[in-house]
Design a protein around this ligand. Structure first.
Ligand SMILES: *[C@@H]1O[C@H](CO)[C@@H](O)[C@H](O)[C@H]1NC(C)=O
Ligand SMILES: *[C@@H]1O[C@H](CO)[C@@H](O)[C@H](O)[C@H]1NC(C)=O
Ligand SMILES: *[C@@H]1O[C@H](CO)[C@@H](O)[C@H](O)[C@H]1NC(C)=O
Length: 249
């Protein structure tokens, strides 16, 4: 009796149309695949009706149909995401039966990436001009904290007249009027990522004062001079064109 029940159950189960997605890397129980930028994710969708020639499969990425090659639709269908990019974060891939969209399975990508903070940059700012430093804190998962240091100690916002603005993408440090005595030195932007740890970027700021400004190249007069020389040359060639052409013959 028990085996009979089991047999009936097995028959019913085999006849219920269903779809499964297998992935590398594999998804968690909630259907989320944890991955990183520049890697490859492969998804294989299978219906339990290999024998059914009509069992065509359809893949959607965020609701939009994915183009599949001939021979990659019946009974089993593979989709490869390579390389994984920022825009794949949160993207949902759904596979369903061609004839019945309610028979479906889906997975969602969680693409992690660190904030792009590294190295050091030299920054020159003219005396009394605004000082502006920016660091890229965009990452997944979001950084848990961002802070700035100046010459090795915590930045004194009040003393330096600094403002810090953060929007999840950038942390921006600014001061209205740069002063050599107050603002010259080493700034460091430090972000703490729950997955990637501490990342930082240095800015070596030099405040140029008036005396240094005067030794700068007098750019406008140089440009004017070059233009005059060019025009003169062109005119000279023009007026001697006949002779040049003759020479060339
Ligand atoms: C689609 O499949 C579901 C589940 O197997 C079923 O209940 C439903 O009747 C099917 N719809 C059509 C139009 O075949
Ligand atoms: C993505 O993975 C990271 C790292 O495990 C986790 O902190 C974050 O909450 C996940 N995000 C989503 C939307 O699942
Ligand atoms: C910060 O350090 C630099 C280099 O050591 C030094 O020239 C500058 O005066 C320091 N700035 C302040 C405000 O202490």
């Amino acid at each position: 009796m028990a085996s009979y029940c089991f047999l009936v159950f097995a028959l019913c189960a085999s006849q219920t149309l269903s779809i499964t997605i297998e992935s590398v890397p594999s998804a968690d129980v909630g259907g989320v695949i944890l991955t990183e930028l520049e890697t490859t994710v492969s998804l294989v969708c299978r219906s339990n009706r290999f024998e059914d020639e009509e069992a065509e499969l359809v893949w959607l990425r965020n609701g939009a149909k994915v183009a599949l090659k001939e021979g990659n639709r019946q009974g089993q269908s593979t989709v490869c995401i390579t390389p994984v990019i920022h825009q794949d974060n949160g993207a949902t891939f759904t596979c369903h039966m061609g004839g019945n969209a309610s028979v479906e399975a889906s997975v969602t990508l969680n693409v992690t990436y660190p904030p792009t903070l590294s190295g050091s940059e030299e920054v020159w700012v003219e005396d009394a001009s605004p000082l502006f430093l920016q660091c890229d804190t965009f990452s997944n998962p979001p950084v848990s904290s961002v802070h700035w240091t100046f010459n090795g100690s915590t930045l004194d916002l009040l003393a330096g007249g600094f403002t810090i603005a953060e929007d999840g993408y950038y942390s921006r440090l600014s001061a209205n009027k740069a002063e050599k005595s107050k603002h010259e030195g080493l700034y460091r932007c430090v972000a703490d990522s729950p997955v990637y740890g501490i990342k930082s970027k240095d800015f070596l700021v030099t405040v140029t004062v008036f005396a240094e400004k005067t030794v700068k190249f007098p750019l406008m007069p140089i440009i004017a001079g070059v233009v005059v020389v060019c025009l003169t040359t062109i005119l000279a060639i023009f007026s001697r064109w006949d002779r040049i052409v003759k020479c060339c013959k």
